[in-house]
Design a protein around this ligand. Structure first.
Ligand code: MG
Length: 164
């Protein structure tokens, strides 16, 4: 069984769409890293995840991936605050009783927290995929428009079953 790590924001859940809309409404410049960091640190994640939905039926598709028996599936997510971890765990546990949830501080690469070698990461953020590949892992980009930006790409999570 291969280790498969699935990103949360922008892959499982549409939290990026919701928070980018909020950032626009607050007229925060997306290039202003300090302001963006502050925004995500102070964000009410419970509220965001109440209105959030999964992308392309991601939850049901992850259940299919687990059922295939081909992968040891974990959720691997960058976080900005302890409250963000709490809110994400609450959201994920509604659907998955036992799936491991690994939270990584935003300032640290996902590859610093676990061993990427020979493991698969599905992520929407190319920076994470580049780090993953450098560490000997296999990166798959999740993108609704199927733009892989140099990586194999999927827009429905259970497509991974056919890739391996
Ligand atoms: Mg993401």
């Amino acid at each position: 069984m291969k280790d498969l790590y699935i990103d949360f924001d922008g892959v499982i859940c549409n939290t990026i769409d919701i928070t980018y809309k909020m950032i626009d409404e607050l007229k925060i410049d997306k290039k202003d890293n300090a302001q963006i960091l502050k925004f995500y640190k102070n964000l009410d994640w419970f509220k965001v995840l109440e209105e959030a939905t999964d992308i392309n039926n991601g939850i049901e598709r992850i259940k299919k991936i687990i059922k295939s028996g081909k992968f040891k599936v974990s959720i691997l997510t960058h976080v900005n605050s302890v409250e963000e971890i709490e809110a994400k765990v609450k959201y994920i546990r509604k659907n998955f009783e036992t799936i491991p949830i690994i939270s990584v501080p935003k300032t640290i690469s996902k590859t610093q927290i676990l061993c990427a070698k020979n493991s698969i990461l599905i992520d929407d953020y190319v920076g994470n995929l580049i780090d993953w590949r450098k560490a000997g892992g296999l990166g798959i980009r999740f993108d609704l428009d199927m733009d892989g930006k140099g990586f194999p790409v999927i827009n429905e999570l259970d497509e991974i079953i056919e890739v391996f």
